[in-house]
Design a protein around this ligand. Structure first.
Ligand code: SF4
Length: 489
């Protein structure tokens, strides 16, 4: 099956039994759990849109490995145009779900592992690249969701993996066997892990020789023996368990983060893509992070479109949409949002092939993209809250709106412009609340800050890639400063 439908995806998840914990208890039916299901719906949108003819060019492409039509979320980028289409696809999905749809981490993992395994093989005469490509064919042919698992718990951030008091704070190889390896550790902030069919593990920092056992990359089925999942809480998450879902703000979709625990999990050699080649850990981290920093130029712009739309609608319900300062604020929101997108497109258009043939984004522009993402959604959210007004945080619950005693009063007194229903205003305010301080703010704000690396990580990369010597030389030429006359004699 090359292109799963949404229903195929849901059915496939039902058939995968995983050990998922939430509120201290093991969840039996995670597919239908009210806190988890919205995140599954968001991921399912990547399947649903792939069957819509109007999105076929963005959501699907031809595999570079088999020539068959595949979902773009399983593709190795073959051109700058592919990279641009990826960002456009992500913006579209952000617009359709208003949240994190999770599947990009696997896509970014595939592309990073592909080029790095090729380079490891050149250096060490290993066969990781061929193994990885065989694995990816399986993913493409079955149209699977893969969790790209990078972030380890890290313990004391001043210490390397091998220096930690507890040796399991980074995922490590605890035993090598003739048929495979045994791994132990955990990965945190795992986007969409529970909604995935597979987990692709990568190291999280650049490593040295002492960390050799931690320099490991591999893939395993998401229900492999020894794996536990613990669901991450989100602000206002229990609203999803209420009978009426208006107060959730985004009742159908949501993101998902989880902790994955690997309790001595066995990985056969054919699914191991790095094992001890520590000098390539830096390249793998840098490329995965670079691809995901590009991704944010798409998904966050799509979510921004939803928030801008909500702010415009609320302004209309308030009767303020023609007031000049409101119009200016909407323009400011659009300007910031399009700037995010522009960087996502720019780093894609400047993409170049790696030695394996897979295209890599321009790393400088991808890091600039992400550094903007750590700031601009916060300003867009501030403007959205400004336009929404105080009712954003004082609105009574939907149960009160439904109450026979006080409901009629609320519908009378909390109405804005007479032509619009109070309930529409109520829903739109809840959506802005969701995106700027509720469960949706996990993806729109905090993930913008810390996902794909916190701001300092982008600053370091920008400083490293900037070639300041060259810029200084340019200035000297213009200012007619000769190198030899620069130093005082
Ligand atoms: Fe995709 Fe954005 Fe979610 Fe990352 S944060 S998985 S790029 S939707």
């Amino acid at each position: 099956m090359l292109l799963k439908t949404k229903e195929d995806y849901l059915e496939s998840l039902r058939s995968i039994k995983k050990r998922v914990f939430l509120f201290g208890e093991e969840v039996n039916d995670y597919v239908n759990h009210p806190l988890i299901r919205p995140s599954i719906n968001a991921c399912a949108m990547t399947y649903e849109l792939s069957h819509k003819p109007e999105y076929g060019d963005l959501m699907t492409t031809h595999s570079s490995l088999t020539g068959k039509r595949i979902n773009r979320f399983t593709h190795l980028h073959q051109s700058a145009e592919d990279l641009v289409k990826k960002v456009k696809m992500q913006r579209l999905l952000g617009q359709k779900t208003g949240c994190c749809f999770q599947r990009c981490v696997g896509l970014d993992g595939f592309n990073a592992v592909d080029s790095v395994t090729y380079e490891i093989d050149q250096d060490f005469k290993t066969d990781y690249h061929q193994r990885f490509r065989e694995y990816l064919k399986y993913i493409q042919e079955n149209d699977l969701v893969v969790d790209g698992a990078m972030t380890d718990p890290k313990g004391n951030r001043h210490l390397s993996p091998s220096e930690q008091a507890d040796p399991d704070l980074f995922v490590r190889v605890v035993e090598k066997r003739p048929d495979g390896i045994l791994v132990r550790g955990a990965k945190v902030h795992q986007t969409g892990a529970i909604n995935s069919h597979e987990i692709l593990v990568m190291p999280t920092v650049t490593m040295r020789e002492d960390d050799r056992n931690y320099a490991v990359s591999f893939a395993i089925p998401a229900n492999a023996k020894g794996i536990l999942y613990v669901y991450g809480r989100q602000s206002c998450d229990t609203r999803k368990t209420e009978e009426i879902l208006i107060d959730v703000g985004n009742p159908n979709f949501g993101g998902q983060e989880a902790v994955i625990i690997f309790n001595d999990v066995f990985v056969p050699w054919e699914r191991v893509f790095m094992c001890g080649e520590y000098k390539f850990t830096g390249a793998l981290v840098e490329r995965f992070a670079g691809y995901h920093r590009q991704s944010y130029g798409g998904c966050k712009a799509g979510m921004g479109d939803v928030l801008i739309g909500a702010a415009q609608a609320v302004a209309k319900y308030h009767g303020l949409e023609k007031v000049s300062h409101i119009k200016e604020k909407i323009i400011d929101m659009i300007h910031l949002n399009e700037t995010l997108y522009a960087c996502g497109i720019a780093c894609s258009a400047e993409g170049k092939p790696t030695a394996s043939g897979t295209y890599l984004i321009d790393l400088m522009l991808a890091n600039v993209c992400k550094l903007n993402v750590t700031r601009f959604p916060y300003e867009i959210a501030r403007l959205g809250q400004d336009i929404a007004g105080g009712l954003l945080v004082t609105l009574p619950s939907d149960q009160d709106f439904a109450s026979p005693e006080v409901g009629p009063y609320l519908n009378k007194y909390l109405k804005g412009v007479d032509a619009y229903r109070t309930g529409c205003r109520q829903r739109m305010l809840r959506l802005i609340e969701n995106l700027t301080m509720g469960a949706g703010a996990v993806a729109y704000l905090t993930e913008s800050m810390h996902g794909a690396g916190s701001p300092q990580a982008q600053r370091i990369m920008i400083g490293r890639l900037a070639n300041l010597d060259y810029k200084e030389q340019l200035a000297k030429e213009i200012a007619c400063v000769e190198d030899e006359e620069e130093q005082k004699s």
